[in-house]
Design a protein. Structure first.
Lengths: 253, 335
């Protein structure tokens, strides 16, 4: 479903020299699978999520990213989203003056328009929203407030998953979704995420700690270091990491 | 009146809105005699123009009155006085539309408003311009108002400015004891448009509460000007005043000039001010695009939300809808 081959990418800050962060990364996530990417700080985890979603200031210098058999890297961020790519942000933005529901409905309709589908009707939207909010135990009043403004870290993460349930993406990238969540919130969020697992969908779970993977069980675990995958394995690899740390995998990496 | 009598950029209060330069070549429309002082132009203007147009007086005695004035190109100008009697409430809407032909480029209006003790006035100025974006227009708008507020009175104002060749919406408020004041506004400086919001508020008695929130945007070739002054005199103890001006430069080549001023002579006051001019937050735009909202729509959505925060709650729903529609149109988003 998502195939990255020998990907090289650099960060181009507005002021300052470009730095290569992704250095020959190869990875394949077949449809129906959840893959975890673990790695120490600075290994390129967040950069990978931005490169895949097309953020400005991130430049691909080599390699390919194929999504559903087509090139991903030449597309504008909104077209990638319409194809079903969703990023749950590590630090979700606060958007003053735009209520959550207004925003999500605009996003949903934009995606549908791009795909040549009919707009969602107001009653249908409200129904979907009610179901998603209940699943994530979100107070419906919160959805009338400006997006993320004044929300706690945990609320913001919950809102990311609410948007995910609403938009029903085909491929999800979860960037440090567990940060800012206590254990109860983590369980609720994981339930929401697991509800979207299915044969037609893929997922990349980026995390520093193994904790999240107790609740979102990955099919494969990859260790990212210095911009490359240095080791891949089954779910046990995460447990091994938790026990003995990253160092054993980083030598010569 | 000669061209040389008009204030130019050499006069401090007009340094970003050069009326003389804007009027060059249009001397035929100038009327009145004598020079206009650079420091206190409102009163001088009113005096000059008043004779030419003849004053009209409006006295509001009953509560809940709404009156509306319209000005379009070709109109000679307006000069009038408005009095809201003690205890009365009134809504005043001034529409200045420069979308038409440019028969008479200068649209001046000068008013003196008095809000007597305990009275309330809501004033709205809608300066609109439907001349196609990027097409220069000849209209020059001067809307100059002196407001005198009695003790315990309330004066709330909202201005929408879409600009012209030069447009200046200026208000000078003299606040009585415990008066409550709101001076909000939204300006949209499109290509080849100049819009200037200038305000001066004198807290001359104790317990005056003032809030000002002005939001503006400018595109390439457009100029937005904000000059706001709060003067708290020695007698203005317990003044509670907040001035906020925030502007977005939407494109390279857009211009915003801002001068917020606080001048305080009382020692027991709470005065705050904030002034920002910047660009749209690219991080926020990426967030919206990642959710599938196209770039231009993402920009419009964030800009719209930014502007709409300055729309006051007291505004009538219909008018609010009208203003939102104008903002959407200006931003190029389908309603």
């Amino acid at each position: 479903m998502l195939e990255l081959t020998n990907l090289h990418a650099r960060v181009v800050p507005e002021d300052g020299p470009a730095r290569e962060i992704i250095k020959g990364l190869s990875l394949a996530v077949p449809a129906g699978e959840v893959h975890a990417i673990m790695g120490p700080n600075g290994s390129g985890k967040s950069t990978l999520s931005y490169v895949l979603t097309g953020k400005h200031g991130y430049e691909v210098t080599g390699g390919t990213a194929i999504f559903d058999g087509a090139d991903l890297l030449g597309l504008a961020p909104e077209l990638r989203a319409a194809k079903g790519l969703f990023l749950s942000f590590q630090y979700p933005m606060e958007i003053a003056g735009v209520p959550v529901m207004t925003f999500v409905r605009a996003a949903m309709n934009s995606q549908r328009k791009t795909r040549g589908e009919a707009e969602v009707s107001a009653p249908e939207f409200l129904k979907l929203s009610k179901i998603a909010a209940a699943k994530l135990r979100i107070d419906p009043e919160m959805l009338k407030r400006p997006l993320n403004v004044g929300f706690s870290g945990g609320e913001k993460k919950r809102l990311e998953i609410y948007q995910m349930l609403m938009l029903e993406p085909r491929f999800m990238i979860l960037d440090e979704t567990d940060s800012g969540l206590d254990i109860d919130a983590l369980k609720v969020v994981a339930e929401g995420v697991n509800a979207l697992r299915g044969p037609g969908r893929g997922m990349l779970v980026i995390t520093h700690y193994q904790r999240l993977l107790d609740y979102i069980k990955p099919d494969r675990v990859h260790i990212l270091s210095a911009g490359r995958i240095v080791k891949s394995g089954g779910p046990d690899l995460a447990l091994e990491l938790e026990k003995s740390g990253y160092d054993q995998f980083l030598k010569g990496g | 009146m000669q061209l040389a009598d008009l204030p130019s950029r050499r006069s401090e209060p007009w340094k970003w809105s050069d009326l003389r330069a804007a009027m060059a070549g249009q001397e035929t429309t100038l009327i009145g005699t004598g020079p206009i002082g650079g420091d206190g132009p409102i009163a001088a203007f009113a005096e000059l123009m008043g004779d030419a147009y003849g004053p009209c007086a409006l006295v509001v005695e009953a509560p809940g009155e709404t009156f509306e004035s319209r000005m379009t190109e070709g109109d000679a100008g307006q000069y009038g006085s408005v009095v809201v009697r003690a205890g009365a409430t009134a809504v005043m809407i001034e529409r200045i539309d420069v979308s038409g032909s440019s028969l008479r480029p200068m649209l001046p209006s000068f008013s003196r408003i008095e809000v007597e003790p305990g009275a309330t006035l809501h004033r709205m100025v809608l300066q609109v311009n439907d001349v196609a974006a990027g097409v220069a227009d000849a209209a020059i708008v001067l809307n100059e108002v002196v407001v005198v507020l009695g003790a315990g009175s309330t004066f709330r104002q909202f201005v929408l400015g879409e600009g012209a060749k030069l447009a200046r919406i200026e208000v000078s408020v003299d606040a009585g004891e415990s008066a409550q004041i709101e001076l909000n506004g939204v300006y949209l400086a499109g290509s080849k448009r100049h819009i200037d919001f200038t305000s001066r508020l004198v807290h001359g008695a104790a317990g005056v509460k003032t809030q000002q929130l002005v939001r503006g945007v400018a595109r390439k070739g457009g100029r937005g000007v904000f000059q706001g002054k709060f003067l708290v005199e020695r007698a203005g103890q317990k003044a509670d005043a907040d001035m906020q001006h925030n502007a977005l430069l939407l494109e390279e080549g857009a211009e915003i000039f801002a001068k917020p001023e606080l001048e305080i002579y009382a020692d027991d006051v709470a005065c705050a001010h904030g002034n920002t001019s910047g660009q749209l937050d690219e991080e926020a735009i990426f967030y919206l695009r990642q959710r599938g909202i196209p770039h231009a729509e993402a920009q419009a959505m964030i800009t719209r939300a930014f502007l709409i925060e300055a729309l006051p709650e007291w505004m009538d729903e219909t008018l609010r809808g009208e203003i939102e529609t104008r903002i959407d149109r200006w931003l190029g988003t389908p309603a």
